[in-house]
Design a protein around this ligand. Structure first.
Ligand code: CAA
Length: 260
């Protein structure tokens, strides 16, 4: 389907979603949140997509936050609904079967950092900037920042970021574990595609069930998490890829995973 604020491209097993609102530095208004939700619904059903790259179109910005112009007109009830719309999208990304890599090409502020946090892996260009500037606008983070940021970087660091509204450069984001890797700006997309291709070459069911076990495990105790892991470990033994993957190893031959 056609999108007004997004560009969807396909490259082999990779879907590349680019947020495209250049006049607002890719800020997330309701229309863009809804389109992102539609594109992820489309991708979830596409068996040819094994990995998603999520980035901002253009050289300057990943996402410069939730749309401040739209938010400035909201009453409390509408603001709560706007926050819930953001949460539904972030949870949808987290629950998407395929892994999603945030390719942070520039500003990732407020809702931009929160969108990156909902992805499985974050990589950044050296010009990327992260932060939660909301308290400098009389707001607070509303798309999951108060929940996901402490889980990823610890509550002390998250509190400093959320209370000061300070901006972090890519190296600082790397130092505190907010991003996995930092690349020269001009190399970022090639590196992203290379990482996505590597993941796409692995058994899709193994990757998808790993993703699901990671997220299930983060919300339950370790024994319940292990029970879930054992259940999906059993489930994968009914797949052709499991049989062929192990057989190829033992026979010292190569096997291309099919996702079945
Ligand atoms: N919402 C709406 N419009 C935005 C925007 C946003 N979050 N960020 C930038 N824009 C618009 C600007 O208003 C400007 O529009 P005009 O050309 O019509 O004036 C255009 O994008 C370009 O922006 P700047 O001229 O400001 O560009 P710059 O290079 O001087 O600065 C920037 C770049 C530092 C990212 C700056 O734009 C900025 O600080 N943006 C806001 C960042 C922010 O505070 N984000 C958090 C939003 S709150 C939030 O996200 C809440 C939540 O969790 C739900």
């Amino acid at each position: 389907m056609a999108y007004e604020n997004l560009i969807l491209e396909h490259q082999d097993y990779i879907a590349i979603v680019k947020i495209n609102r250049p006049k607002a530095l890719n800020a997330l208004n309701s229309a863009t949140l809804q389109e992102l939700s539609q594109v992820f619904t489309e991708i979830a059903q596409d068996k040819n997509v094994r990995v998603v790259l999520l980035t901002g179109n253009g050289e300057k910005s990943f996402v410069a936050g939730a749309d401040i112009a739209e938010m400035s007109k909201l009453n409390p009830m509408q603001a709560q609904k706007f926050s819930q719309l953001g949460h539904r999208l972030m949870n949808q990304i987290e629950n998407l079967p395929q892994p999603v890599i945030a390719v942070v090409n520039g500003f990732a502020l407020g809702g931009g950092t929160e969108l990156a946090l909902a992805c499985d892996i974050r990589i950044a260009g050296e010009k990327a900037k992260f932060g939660q500037p909301e308290v400098g606008l009389g707001l607070l983070a509303g798309f999951g920042g108060t929940q996901r940021l402490p889980r990823l970087v610890g509550s002390g660091r998250a509190s400093e970021i959320l209370f000061t509204a300070d901006t972090l450069d890519a190296q600082e984001a790397y130092r505190i574990g907010l991003v996995n890797r930092v690349y020269p700006q001009e190399d970022l997309m090639n590196q992203a595609v290379s990482l996505a291709n590597k993941i796409a070459s692995r058994a899709p069911m193994g990757v998808q069930l790993s993703k699901s076990a990671i997220h299930v495990g983060q919300n339950i105790d370790i024994v319940s998490g292990q029970a879930y892991e054992s259940a999906v470990f059993g489930e994968i033994f009914s797949s052709e890829d499991q049989k062929e993957g192990c057989r190829a190893f033992l026979e010292k031959s190569k096997y291309e995973y099919k996702g079945v």
